[in-house]
Design a protein around this ligand. Structure first.
Ligand SMILES: [Zn+2]
Length: 80
């Protein structure tokens, strides 16, 4: 059994499958139908993916603010 079998049957669309009450994945672990090791490796994988997406997001955010600073500098210069 793969974790996606449970995560897809989970009634929560944006479920993190960590502490949501009624989560299908957590239920499967409690019933021993899903291996805890599979679940843990899934969490680890998702954590890494999350880290990647946030760092990408941060990069974009920083890039945006940097261009905003440039714009402000240009404005100030034109006021002189
Ligand atoms: Zn869930």
């Amino acid at each position: 059994m793969h974790i996606s079998d449970y995560s897809e049957s989970c009634r929560f669309k944006d479920c993190k499958h960590i502490d949501e009450p009624g989560c299908a994945v957590l239920e499967a672990i409690n019933n021993n139908t899903l291996d805890r090791k599979v679940y843990e490796s899934y969490l680890k994988l998702r954590k890494e993916a999350w880290h990647f997406s946030t760092s990408e997001h941060e990069k974009r955010k920083r890039g945006k603010s940097f261009s905003k600073i440039l714009e402000e500098v240009k404005k100030r210069k034109s006021n002189f």
